[in-house]
Design a protein around this ligand. Structure first.
Ligand SMILES: Nc1ncnc2c1ncn2[C@@H]1O[C@H](COP(=O)(O)OP(=O)(O)OP(=O)(O)O)[C@@H](O)[C@H]1O
Ligand SMILES: [Mg+2]
Length: 395
C-alpha cells in the first residue's frame, strides 16, 4: 500500500504576484504545502525547519539564488532544490547542477506544468525515503524494545513513573547500579512517546575519547580542525525530533558539562567550525550508575547541570531488592534463549529457584541474563539444576 505524505515546499521568489500564482497552482495538489519567502535572507532563517523541497528563483535581490542553493545543500543535502530562472545559458545551468540542484526549470510558458511534474517526481522519491525510515523504526520498535519484566513493588513503581513522563519532554535522569535496566527504561520512554517514529540516539559519554567528543556530539564543518576532512552531523542533530540518551553522564568532562548546560537551556547547537546556531527539538534522557550528588560535592560535576538534569528522576532498585522479579526474569530469559537457539524449552528446578533468590546479583539484570544463558547451555536435561548455575560474583 502506498503511503501519502504531506510534502513541505518552500518557495523563494521576490516577485510577489508570480509566487502567489505558483503557490496556488502547486497547492491545488492537497499533498503539497507551500510557504513563500521574498528573499534568500528571510528564507535562511527558516532553513532549520527542514522543508522537503525548495524552489529558488535564480535572480534574487541580496543573496543570490545559487548562494541560497549552496546554503541548503551544505546544511542538508537531502533537501531537494529546484531552481527557476529566466536564463537558459549553459554555464548557468551547469553551475546550478554542480551545486546540487535537483532540477533547473526555465521560466517560459511551460513553467507551471514542468514545475508540477518535477515536484511530483521529487515528492515520490521523498515519500519512498520516508516510508523506508518509518519501516526501519518499526522494526527497531519490535526488536529492541523488549518489555520491562517484573511484578515487585519496585517495578510497579517504575512502570508508574514511566507512564507519568513518557508523553512529556521533561529531561529525565535515570540512575541505578550497573545492569539494572537504565537503557531499557530510556528506550521505553522513547518508544512510548510521540517521538517513537524518530531516532533514539544513545551516546556513551565515557567511551568516547576527550578530543573527539565535542565533534561527536555537535558535529563539525569541513576543515574545523586538523583531520576534519568533511562536514559531519553530530549526535544532537541526529536525534532531532527524537530522543538523545546520554549514558554515563557522571563521567562528562567539566568543560563539556558547561556546553551541555547551555544546549539544554536554549535548545540550540553550533557545529564546530561554524557560527550558525541550529535549533533542535530533542528529548534528553541521561543515565548514570554513579552517585551524581557525591560528584557534585567533590567538585567533579556542575551543580546547576545536576539540577537541570533532574527534571524528573527515575531511580532503579538493585535486583536483590526486587523480590520475586528474579524468578520472573530468569524464566523470561530462559524461554527467550531456548527459542532463539532452537532448543527445547527448559524449566528451572525448585532448588535452583532457591539458589537464584539467595544470590546478591552485583551485576543485576544483565548478570542474571548471562547466568541463565550459561546454565541453559550447561544443563544436560530439560531442567536447570543448581550445578548448572555458575555465579560470576562472590556469593
Ligand atoms: N525489568 C527488565 N525486564 C526485562 N529485561 C531487563 C529488565 N531490566 C534490564 N533488562 C535487560 O538487562 C540487560 C541490561 O539492561 P541495561 O543495559 O538497560 O542496563 P543498564 O542499567 O544500562 O546497565 P549499565 O549501567 O551497565 O549500562 C539488557 O539486556 C536489558 O534488556
Ligand atoms: Mg547502560
Amino acid at each position: 500500500m502506498e503511503r501519502k505524505y504531506i510534502t513541505r515546499i518552500f518557495l523563494i521568489d521576490d516577485d510577489e504576484m508570480y509566487s502567489q500564482i505558483i503557490r496556488s497552482t502547486i497547492e491545488s495538489n492537497d499533498l503539497f504545502d507551500v510557504e513563500v519567502f521574498y528573499s534568500g535572507e528571510e528564507f535562511l532563517e527558516k532553513l532549520s525547519e527542514r522543508p522537503d523541497i525548495c524552489i529558488i528563483d535564480y535572480n534574487l535581490p541580496g543573496i543570490s539564488g545559487v548562494d541560497v542553493l549552496k546554503h541548503i545543500k551544505a546544511y542538508d543535502p537531502d533537501i531537494a532544490a529546484v531552481l527557476l530562472s529566466g536564463q537558459d545559458r549553459v554555464e548557468v545551468v551547469v553551475e546550478a547542477y554542480n551545486n546540487g540542484a535537483n532540477n533547473y526549470i526555465i521560466k517560459n510558458e511551460n513553467v507551471i506544468p514542468e514545475l508540477q511534474n518535477a515536484l511530483k517526481n521529487l515528492a515520490k522519491q521523498i515519500g519512498l525515503k520516508k516510508e523506508l525510515l518509518e519501516l526501519k523504526s518499526q522494526i527497531v520498535d519490535r526488536n529492541k524494545y523488549s518489555r520491562i519484566i517484573g511484578e515487585s513493588k519496585a517495578t510497579l513503581n517504575l512502570l508508574r513513573l514511566i507512564q507519568k513522563v513518557e508523553k512529556t519532554d521533561i529531561i529525565t535522569l535515570v540512575t541505578g547500579e550497573s545492569g539494572t535496566g537504565k537503557e531499557l527504561v530510556a528506550k521505553a520512554l522513547h518508544y512510548n512517546s510521540n517521538r517513537r517514529r524518530n531516532a533514539f540516539v544513545a551516546v556513551n559519554v565515557a567511551a568516547i575519547p576527550a578530543d573527539l567528543i565535542e565533534s561527536e556530539l555537535f558535529g563539525h564543518e569541513k576543515g574545523a580542525f586538523t583531520g576534519a576532512g568533511s562536514r559531519r552531523i553530530g549526535k544532537f542533530e541526529e536525534a532531532d525530533k527524537g530522543t538523545l540518551f546520554l549514558d554515563e553522564i557522571g563521567e562528562m568532562a567539566p568543560d563539556l558539562q558547561t556546553k551541555l548546560l547551555r544546549v539544554l537551556q536554549d535548545s540550540k547547537i553550533t557545529r564546530l567550525g561554524s557560527n550558525k546556531e541550529i535549533k533542535l527539538n530533542i528529548r534528553i534522557i541521561a543515565a548514570t550508575n554513579k552517585n551524581l550528588f557525591e560528584r557534585v560535592k567533590e567538585g567533579k560535576f556542575r551543580e546547576d547541570l545536576f539540577y537541570r538534569l533532574q527534571g524528573f528522576l527515575i531511580h532503579l532498585s538493585p535486583l536483590r531488592e526486587r523480590d520475586n522479579d528474579v524468578i520472573l526474569l530468569a524464566r523470561h530469559f530462559l524461554s527467550e534463549f531456548c527459542r532463539e537457539n532452537n532448543m527445547s524449552q527448559k524449566t528451572i528446578s525448585k532448588s535452583s529457584i532457591n539458589s537464584l533468590l539467595g544470590y546478591t546479583w552485583p551485576g543485576n539484570v544483565r548478570e542474571l541474563k548471562s547466568t541463565i544463558e550459561r546454565a541453559a547451555l550447561l544443563s544436560e536435561n530439560e531442567s536447570i539444576d543448581p550445578e548448572d548455575i555458575i555465579y560470576a560474583g562472590n556469593q
